[in-house]
Write a protein that binds this ligand. Structure first.
Ligand code: GAL
Length: 420
């Protein structure tokens, strides 16, 4: 292990930086070259997906040893701070997890990641990935990351028993119906009908409300500059959002997403808006009494995000990192990862054996739906923009000041938007 990594973890005050390798105790790994893979996947389905890739990597890349540099915390909010500090101190891991889309741009500008166009050609990846995703991954005719899988963000998860006890048997189709059901749950004695977590999960909820109120096209325009944040339409959406937050647990700011999901599993809430990685969490808790529906009013919008991996310019073992990326990109790698993680393969030709009914539906929806990007998960927003939006949502959660929220979001857009 590089000593600087330990020192840095202490400097940035990370909750934990766990470095583990695929070699067992007592195994002689001195002959192997190490590939450090940096992620925020420390537990549950997230770790299971990573472990599956690590296993395949060990099989497919002889002489290479997997080393997991992991900083826990949903959506990578803590991991990304540690990563930024490490990159700044020339202590790059060989590869790191990053969302496809806008989140990658700052890393490209800072020359922290390598162009993978040649690898894409050798591995036939341009033809295996959907054209839209390739376009989103391409920057100035180059391509810098390999997607492991695609997730959908705008999904509501239910506790069917809690809903049935309140006489709710049908999924709401509109925001108005959704709010009506939240009121009904509360009247029936469920104190916090909507399970909600900290800042970035609140941003996800706001984004879903914005998709309903603005429609997919105007929503996407919020991140390209064609839709104004300081408009009456956004103001009304924030009012709807504020109304919905009133039905959530008051300790929301101290919960990460699995803890909010726990409220749902334990029957303390009837609904949770969360990305479809939740399915792996439900499975890990052997909870099957749930259902899901697209956020009311979102229509065919498929709010996507893609976890992808890069080859860093500072990689100590670029050859090993390339073999990691090839494993991630392979049809088998994509199936093995998604089946445990709850995502769907980014490749269109990956096998889907072992997939749940939900995942098979998501595969179909990804083909037929209207793709919209996510700010909370980096497909729409750069990292500094995400930080500013998360801070604005966290402040609103305490103050309830809708005007301040709208001004802060408008200011963040003004500061961080990139002109094409
Ligand atoms: C997302 C990530 C997902 C999942 C989620 C919760 O940003 O893309 O794979 O890990 O965070 O941590």
């Amino acid at each position: 292990m590089r000593t600087t990594r330990r020192a840095l973890a202490a400097v940035v005050g990370a909750t934990a930086l766990l470095v583990t390798s695929a070699c067992g105790p007592g195994e002689d790994d001195t002959a192997a070259s190490t590939v450090e893979v940096f992620t925020w996947w420390a537990g549950g389905g997230e770790k299971a997906g990573l472990d599956a890739l690590a296993g395949l990597f060990t099989e497919s890349c002889p002489g290479q040893r997997f080393e997991s540099g992991v900083v826990p915390g949903g959506a990578g909010v803590d991991a990304k701070q540690v990563l930024a500090a490490r990159l700044q101190h020339n202590d790059a891991p060989d590869t790191f997890q990053v969302h496809a889309g806008a989140e990658l741009l700052d890393h490209i500008d800072a020359d922290q990641v390598r162009d993978l166009s040649a690898e894409y050609r050798t591995w036939g990846l341009r033809d295996a990935l959907p054209a839209g995703l390739v376009a989103d991954l391409t920057v100035n005719d180059r391509i810098y990351s390999v997607p492991a899988g695609v997730h959908r963000a705008n999904v509501v998860w239910t506790n069917d028993q809690v809903l049935a006890d309140a006489g709710i048997l049908v999924a709401p189709k509109t925001l108005k119906e959704f709010i009506g059901n939240l009121e009904r749950l509360r009247r029936s004695g469920v104190e916090s009908p909507l399970a909600l977590g900290r800042d970035w999960t609140q941003l996800m909820l706001l984004e879903s409300v914005l998709i309903s109120d603005l429609g997919p096209k105007r929503f996407s325009g919020l991140f390209t500059g064609t839709t104004k944040w300081d408009s009456r339409a956004v103001e009304l959406a924030i009012e709807d959002y504020a109304r919905i937050v009133e039905f959530s647990n008051t300790d929301r700011d101290s919960l990460d997403w699995p803890e909010a999901t726990r409220l749902l599993i334990d029957g303390k809430a009837g609904y949770q808006l969360m990305g479809d990685w939740v399915t792996a969490e439900m499975a890990a808790n052997t909870f099957s009494g749930y259902d899901s529906f697209t956020f009311p009013g979102n229509g065919m919008a498929f709010q996507w995000l893609a976890d992808s991996f890069v080859l860093t310019t500072g990689a100590a073992n670029p050859e090993g990192a390339r073999c990691w990326l090839e494993t991630v990109a392979s049809p088998r790698g994509q199936q093995a990862f998604s089946v445990r993680k709850g995502s769907i393969p980014a490749r269109t030709d990956a096998p889907t054996d072992g997939f749940t009914d939900y995942q098979l539906e998501a595969v179909a929806d990804w083909r037929s739906g209207t793709p919209v990007p996510s700010c909370a998960h980096g497909s729409a927003c750069s990292q500094p923009w995400q930080n500013a939006a998360n801070a604005a949502l966290g402040a609103f959660s305490t103050s309830g000041d809708a005007t301040a929220l709208r001004s802060a979001l408008a200011a963040a857009a003004k500061q961080f938007i990139r002109q094409p």
